[in-house]
Design a protein around this ligand. Structure first.
Ligand code: KG4
Ligand code: ZN
Length: 339
């Protein structure tokens, strides 16, 4: 079985074809970073318009790359949510319509399920159950995963997501959008220990996250002292350390609470090298294992959508004829593939 996946929930157009025997056959990605950079963040209307321009050409390119035609495709999967409504409408309209025109089933994919399953595109895949730390621009969550579609949210952000905190702090440091990876680069030059920021919500029980106070602490320090380049790097280092420590503390708690020793880390911030080192150390201490997607599949892409779509297709969980964009859609409302 072969699935064409379409991702347009935010600022990347991602198209891929995944085959359940041969694996990933093609993967096309167009990033809108340059379009939004001038504004310091994603402009939803510009995002939608650009998805309109890119989606169909990238579908054509993906078919060519996979050396196949529409007749070789068994279903079209697209991100139905959560995300920017206008951006989602492009992928859902195109995906649902192509499926209708080609006489194939359509599959609605939850964007965060796509991220969560992305490590399964690799060789060494995690067995169920596992704990997933999802850290993207829009979400920070700890999820117990008992099977595909069997998700218990153990904790989530009550305000800013980790990626959002990275991006906002980066902006205050004068770094261009998207700031997360740029802040991480700057942090490499930082002197550890010069600044210390809070590890929010770690001194009380629970698995929820809050990064807005940490962002404010960093903002105040940047305003008061962040005039020279070395100080900026030192602040970036302390900020990254505080985010990583907080995530590690909460992961350890989730593992201890559930008795599970497999951890999956996915979403844009899982590309962060410093965080990966810290989580690796945690899992070595716990005698457990940590799984990531390859770096290019940490951030948004079509491969994870094609893969998640294939799992839903196998379970006969296909879409009706209506075009549905679900900007708000909770992960724990999904159906089990065994339902
Ligand atoms: O998963 P993603 O591509 O989009 C959403 O679904 O939100 O995540 C994007 C987020 C952005 O906030 C970006 O700054 C952050 O991931 N990010 C990073 C790194 N690479 C991407 N944050 C910290 N360090 C990185 N290396
Ligand atoms: Zn994402």
């Amino acid at each position: 079985m072969r699935v064409l996946g379409i991702e347009t929930s935010c600022d990347e157009t991602g198209i891929a074809i995944y085959d359940d025997e041969k694996g990933l056959l093609s993967h096309q990605l167009y990033s809108q970073v340059a379009i939004h950079a001038d504004y310091g963040g994603v402009v939803p209307e510009l995002a939608s318009r650009d998805h309109v321009r890119k989606t169909i050409p990238l579908i054509k390119a993906a078919l060519v790359e996979a050396n196949c035609s529409k007749d070789d495709i068994d279903a079209i999967a697209y991100t139905a949510g959560p995300g920017l409504v206008g951006a989602l409408l492009v992928g859902t309209s195109i995906g649902r319509s192509i499926a209708y025109a080609w006489g194939k089933p359509a599959v609605e994919v939850h964007h965060m399920e796509g991220h969560l399953l992305a490590p399964m595109l690799e060789e060494d895949i995690p067995a169920f159950p596992f704990i997933a730390l999802l850290v993207s621009g829009g979400h920070t969550m700890l999820v117990q995963v008992d099977n595909i579609g069997e998700y218990t949210i153990l904790g989530e952000s009550v305000d800013d997501a980790a990626g959002e905190a990275f991006d906002k702090t980066a902006k205050l440091l004068g770094l261009d959008y998207p700031g997360g990876p740029r802040l991480a680069k700057l942090a490499e030059q930082g002197v550890p220990g010069r600044f210390k920021f809070p590890r929010p919500m770690t001194n009380k029980p629970g698995l929820d996250f809050s990064f807005s106070g940490l962002k404010t602490a960093a903002a105040n320090t940047i305003r008061a002292e962040g005039n020279d380049a070395q100080t900026q790097a030192d602040i970036a280092h302390a900020f990254q350390q505080a985010v990583a420590d907080t995530l590690v503390i909460k992961c350890r708690r989730a593992l201890e609470q559930t008795g599970i020793n497999r951890l999956v880390v996915a979403g844009g911030v899982s590309a962060n090298t410093y965080l990966r080192e810290k989580l690796q150390a945690l899992m070595s201490a716990q005698k457990g294992q940590v799984f990531y997607p390859r770096t290019e599949f940490c951030t948004d892409n079509g491969a994870m959508i094609a893969f998640a779509g294939l799992q839903r297709l196998k379970a006969n969980q296909t879409a009706t004829l209506s075009i549905k964009a679900k900007p708000r859609w909770s992960l724990d409302t999904l159906e089990s593939v065994n339902a």
